[in-house]
Write a protein that binds this ligand. Structure first.
Ligand SMILES: Cc1cc2nc3c(=O)[nH]c(=O)nc-3n(C[C@H](O)[C@H](O)[C@H](O)COP(=O)(O)OP(=O)(O)OC[C@H]3O[C@@H](n4cnc5c(N)ncnc54)[C@H](O)[C@@H]3O)c2cc1C
Length: 229
């Protein structure tokens, strides 16, 4: 549907690939209240404790193409070897992971579009604005779309509701898409001379500054819907 009606929304390979899984048990010393990302040269590893005494993890590495056969062959043992130089508790979490829970996904996003509607057709979620997962906002954006669209359709004639939907969603989705891409580019840097400098700078940024950046993404005010024309 999108390809036929929204040709500007082309898929774009973010030049990295990602494995995800859930492992049982939260390792000793891991703060369950924090999500962490550890960065190497063109590879990174993220950890988050989730309910039920489990850990969700993701592991990313740079890739030159989608469906790379060498990456497709990489199983849990291969990932353990690939991240063997990463600090604890990463090896421990990998050791606890059931091999069958591994999910592999090449990361693609969509070039930002100027409208999510054509006539009576309206796009929501990833269909409208797939973003790289770097800011963890893809599912949140999809839920926001649904809430905004439902509220608009309940209060306005459908043509006006769709116009308003575009006005409220396109700019926000574009911003997250661009910021996610930028984050991905920096996080996946490969140059061994630049990577230590990047890691030093990023780890020196005060936490409250990082929190402010994140707040700017997360704190959105939904404008009231005016029912008068
Ligand atoms: C590696 C990775 C990590 C991520 N991490 C995060 C994160 O931390 N936080 C976050 O918020 N988001 C994250 N995301 C993004 C998030 O998964 C998506 O943004 C979200 O799932 C989009 O929801 P959606 O409903 O729009 O699309 P989808 O979840 O893709 O749902 C679409 C559904 O429609 C079905 N479908 C497709 N075509 C048809 C058809 N013709 N008929 C019937 N059904 C059909 C599909 O099978 C699918 O079930 C991540 C994504 C990836 C790949």
């Amino acid at each position: 549907m999108r390809k036929a009606l929204f040709p500007e929304g082309r898929e774009h390979f973010a030049r990295y690939t990602c494995w995800r899984a859930i492992s049982p048990g939260v390792p000793r010393g891991m703060d369950p209240a924090r999500l962490s990302e550890s960065w190497g040269a063109s590879k990174r590893f993220g950890l988050a404790a989730i309910p039920g005494d489990r850990v969700y993890w993701f592991a990313c590495c740079g890739a030159e193409r989608t469906d790379d056969p060498a990456l497709a062959r990489l199983d849990l043992e291969g990932i353990k070897a690939f991240f063997a130089d990463f600090h604890e508790p990463i090896p421990e979490v990998l050791a606890r992971t059931p091999p069958a829970s591994l999910i592999w996904t090449d990361i693609l996003d969509l070039n930002p579009m100027s409208s999510f509607t054509r006539g009576k057709v309206v796009l929501l979620g990833d269909a409208a604005h797939a973003v790289t997962p770097d800011l963890g906002q893809g599912a949140g954006l999809a839920i926001e779309d649904a809430a905004v669209l439902a509220a608009l359709l309940a209060r306005l004639p459908s043509e006006r509701a769709l116009r308003e939907y575009d006005a409220r969603r396109v700019v926000r989705a574009r911003r997250i898409a661009i910021e996610s891409r930028l984050y991905a580019r920096v996080a996946q840097w490969r140059n061994p001379l630049v990577v230590p400098l990047r890691n030093f700078i990023v780890s020196s940024i005060p936490e409250r500054f990082m929190d402010r950046q994140l707040d700017a993404v997360l704190d959105i005010a939904f404008d009231p819907i005016r029912t008068a024309a």
